[in-house]
Design a protein around this ligand. Structure first.
Ligand code: EPU
Length: 414
């Protein structure tokens, strides 16, 4: 198992390019199951999560070719059963359920296992499928679906649930209306891809999506959007340890909540086209953040922000509204000298002058990124173990940080 060693204290400068979005690539790759024809997807990041998805597609019978960031999937003949063995490594495998239902009208996908960021039910996905199924009726000899589905749950709308229901509905005969839909850019990206395949989806990016079913979909070519969470993570790297860091190939609108938060702390943020630069501020201040569905502050940036606020002047508070238990990084940041305490779903952070390198354990993708960011700031060496969590969602994180001048190395451990 690899470890990452960060020799803290180096000032980062220069620029990096953001990779394609992990959370767009996963449902878009799953959507290729909806047609027999070849689909070409560009900008798919080389991550263990995207590789798991390709393995699942291959298991289902699709032909998969990958040449660097371009993936071609031809799902000529598929079957509709994905056993536990195939799906257990990744929660997002659940998003093959929608396209399998859409194409085969039946599917059996094992429930993926537990998740350290908290309970991750799929009741809303199932409610959506049920509404689609129960809305099927025979009318003048034709099967018609006319479903009205509310996807709002206790913690807001569900992203993959919205994706799943869209994919199950595109080939249904009739109109499906999703109320309380997730508005995340990744949902819009999926809808754009499906529309290129011949689907008729309107309203993606709003909370009301209308899908007019079509008889069949055809192959399409698409480039996934830049990864807004990777972009946000590098912007925080620039704030925590930078001397002027520019993040390129990003959609500034997608990271507005993060750039606003950085600006409120006192960091100068400069946006020019698809590049964003962040300048350091030795006297950056505390902040109150609440995670919310898009366009609010993303839960996937909460841990990284905790790392940043650990050394900002004053008392910060970070409230996690999407996954209230997503605080595995708190205990590890404390090992590095940060002063954080949990009050329910809120982390209260007292800014300290400095952090100290320590051996720490990565627990999930974004928590791991937070530990790397803290390591860039800390004095001495930070050793992050269980690096496979990082490799699930950040393409070449260590290499990109090296490009910015970080002293970071990956070592094999027994
Ligand atoms: N929820 C339910 N019932 C459901 C589905 C979700 O109650 O049927 C709850 C969840 O427990 C959570 C909230 O609704 O409290 C939102 O979860 P959502 O379904 O939106 O999460 P997801 O679609 O499974 C995606 C991302 C996550 C990201 C969340 C929230 C992908 C592959 N994953 O998950 O990304 O945190 O949306 O924005 O798109 C990550 O990249 O590190 C990551 C975890």
């Amino acid at each position: 198992m690899d470890k990452i060693l960060i020799h803290g204290g180096r000032r980062l400068s220069g620029s990096i390019k953001v990779s394609g979005s992990k959370n767009s690539s996963l449902p878009i790759l799953a959507a290729t199951l909806l047609t027999r024809e070849p689909c070409v997807v560009h900008g798919v990041p080389d991550l263990s999560d995207t590789n798991y998805m390709l393995q699942i597609l291959a298991h289902l019978g699709a032909q998969v070719e990958r040449a660097s960031g371009t993936v071609t999937v031809t799902a000529g003949k598929i079957h509709c059963v994905a056993p536990y063995d195939v799906v257990r490594k990744m929660r997002a495998s659940v998003c093959v359920l929608g396209p399998l239902l859409g194409r085969c009208k039946e599917a059996s996908v094992a429930l993926p296992g537990g998740c350290v960021i908290g309970d991750r039910p799929i009741d809303l996905h199932l409610k959506g499928f049920e509404a689609l199924g129960s809305a099927v009726r025979v009318e003048g000899g034709d099967i018609k679906v006319c479903a009205q589905i509310d996807m709002q749950g206790k913690f807001g709308p569900t992203v993959l649930g919205t994706d799943n229901v869209i994919m199950a509905a595109v080939l249904a005969d009739g109109v499906t209306v999703i109320e309380g839909a997730a508005c995340e850019p990744e949902v819009v990206d999926l809808a754009n891809f499906l529309n290129k395949m011949g689907a008729k989806i309107a309203g993606a990016g709003t909370d009301r999506i209308v899908i007019e079913g079509v008889r069949e979909l055809h192959g399409a070519e698409h480039r996934v959007i830049p990864d807004r969470i990777e972009a946000g993570t590098f912007l925080v790297a620039g704030a925590i340890a930078g001397d002027g860091v520019t993040v390129k190939r990003v959609d500034p609108e997608h990271v507005c909540a993060v750039t606003d938060a950085l600006a409120k702390c006192g960091y100068a943020v400069d946006i020019a086209g698809d590049s964003i630069s962040v300048l350091p501020n030795g006297d950056a201040s505390a902040l109150e953040i609440v995670t919310e569905p898009y366009p609010g502050f993303p839960t996937d940036m909460q841990a990284q922000m905790c790392a940043l606020l650990s050394t900002n002047r004053g008392t910060s508070s970070v409230t996690e509204n999407i996954f209230p238990q997503r605080y595995m990084h708190v205990a590890e940041l404390k090992r590095m000298g940060a002063e954080l305490r949990l009050e329910g779903a809120t982390a209260v952070i007292e800014g300290v002058d400095s952090l100290l390198g320590a051996p720490v354990m990565a627990s999930d993708l974004r928590a791991s990124a937070a530990l790397v960011l803290a390591g860039l700031k800390a004095d001495g060496v930070t050793e992050v173990s269980r690096v496979y969590h990082i490799d699930r969602g950040y393409e070449h994180l260590d290499e990109k940080l090296q490009e910015l001048g970080a002293h970071i190395e990956r070592v094999k451990s027994e």
